[in-house]
Design a protein around this ligand. Structure first.
Ligand code: NAD
Ligand code: UFG
Length: 349
């Protein structure tokens, strides 16, 4: 197989980035990763190289740099011809964004605007952007359909909402921009090899990394936030999606972007279309890991919605993409990664 275009993957050393880079390399793309390692480690990209082997690794280069720094972007774009960008770089912790909104506006908004300026300067106007189901706020109806009215519930969500609108405006002003906005639901799981996975710093905010750390003995028990929701078991429902399905979603979106000049600026949900409750997730994880997870039933977490899941029709119809994996496979691969790497990419501190 010959090599294809060169893709800039911003934030490519992170959780979703590394899994996507593997699929891009396997698909024949050349990949330049730009990451400031704010929430990632170099070892993750070493694992990517190990996974794809020495030949495909030649198609991957890493640039330590920050999208907030125009010089870092200039240096990269002036030295390398980039055909399209998959833009993951950014911060994603909702609670932190409430406590420190400027850090989020600076990283996510200023950083992205810098990136788009330099992309335009070098006439690289094809973009896949990491958006989030957070743009649906607390939806009145489910499943969430792409043309729902959007709202932001916190500064993190506001950055995603603004960045979607900024992308629409860029395209309106200059039709050479082709932009796909991917709204991820709840990405979990890990590469099926067990070599790549999510490695959050500090105490995890999200359900699956928390469950994992309880299972490997790093945390004593899981707090289940909310057991009085109007759902069958009283716990909240989300649409969890395997990170490899998500990675494949990026590859198909990118292929479409490269092949078609009538993309415009368009949003797609990436989810499974199925909802799973917190307690169902605990049970599924217990089954694959053989571990009993101690839980504590706690009050609801502020700002949480009762039930959120995706309509996947548009992605199926227009991208020809559909998630392959269910909860059992997500838990299986999460457990493989966690049991082989209980301290993530680092050794036990
Ligand atoms: P992650 O933190 O693992 O990856 C983000 C990467 O961006 C990290 O490697 C980090 O070091 C890098 N980065 C951050 N700020 C940067 C900057 N200023 N310059 C250069 N690099 C920078 O997170 P992830 O889960 O892989 O998420 C990737 C993207 O997907 C983010 O934009 C996130 O908001 C979005 N998203 C994630 C989820 C989720 O639940 N994981 C859900 C919806 C959307
Ligand atoms: N939960 C617990 N205990 C925990 C962690 C979470 O019970 O220790 C519950 C939450 O209350 C919620 C569910 O598990 O009901 C899922 O919570 P997550 O924090 O894993 O995910 P969210 O749906 O709240 O949010 C995630 C990302 C957001 C993103 C959103 C939609 O954190 O950034 O998905 O993509 F916007």
């Amino acid at each position: 197989m010959g090599t294809k275009e060169r893709i800039l993957v911003s934030g490519g050393a992170g959780f979703i980035g590394t899994h996507t880079v593997v699929q891009l390399l396997k698909d024949g793309f050349k990949v330049s990763v730009l990451d400031n390692l704010d929430n990632a480690v170099q070892e993750a990209l070493d694992k990517v190289r190990e996974l794809v082997g020495p030949q495909l690794s030649n198609n991957l280069d890493f640039h330590l740099g920050d999208i907030r720094n125009l010089d870092d972007l200039e240096k990269l774009f002036s030295q390398t011809k980039l055909d399209a960008v998959i833009h993951f770089a950014g911060l994603k912790a909702v609670g932190e964004s409430v406590a420190n909104p400027m850090r989020y506006f600076d990283n996510n908004l200023v950083g992205s605007i810098n990136l788009y300026k330099v992309m335009a300067k070098y006439n690289c106007k094809k973009l896949v952007f990491s958006s989030s189901a957070t743009v649906y706020g607390q939806p009145d109806r489910i499943p969430c359909v792409e043309d729902f009215e959007l709202k932001a519930m916190n500064p993190y969500g506001r950055t995603k909402l603004f960045l979607e609108e900024i992308a629409q405006d860029l395209h309106k002003a200059d039709q050479k921009w082709r932009i796909i906005l991917l709204r991820y639901f709840n990405p979990i799981g890990a590469h099926e090899s067990g070599m790549l996975g999510e490695d959050p710093r500090g105490i995890p905010n999200n359900l699956m990394p928390y469950i994992t750390q309880v299972a490997v003995g790093r945390l004593p028990e899981l707090n289940v936030y909310g057991h009085d929701y109007p759902t069958p078991d009283g716990s909240a429902i989300r649409d969890y999606i395997h990170v490899m399905d998500l990675a494949d979603g990026h590859v198909v979106a990118l292929e479409k972007l490269l092949q078609r000049n009538d993309i415009g600026c368009v949003a797609y949900n990436l989810g499974t279309g199925r909802g799973t409750s917190v307690l169902e997730m605990v049970a599924a994880f217990e089954k694959v890991s053989g571990k009993k997870l101690p839980i504590k039933l706690c009050p609801r977490r502020a700002g949480d919605a009762t039930a959120v899941y995706a309509s996947t029709d548009k992605a199926e119809r227009e991208l020809g993409w559909k998630a392959k994996y269910g909860i059992d496979e997500m838990c299986r691969d999460q457990w493989k990664w966690a049991s082989q790497n209980p301290w993530g990419y680092q050794s036990k501190p």
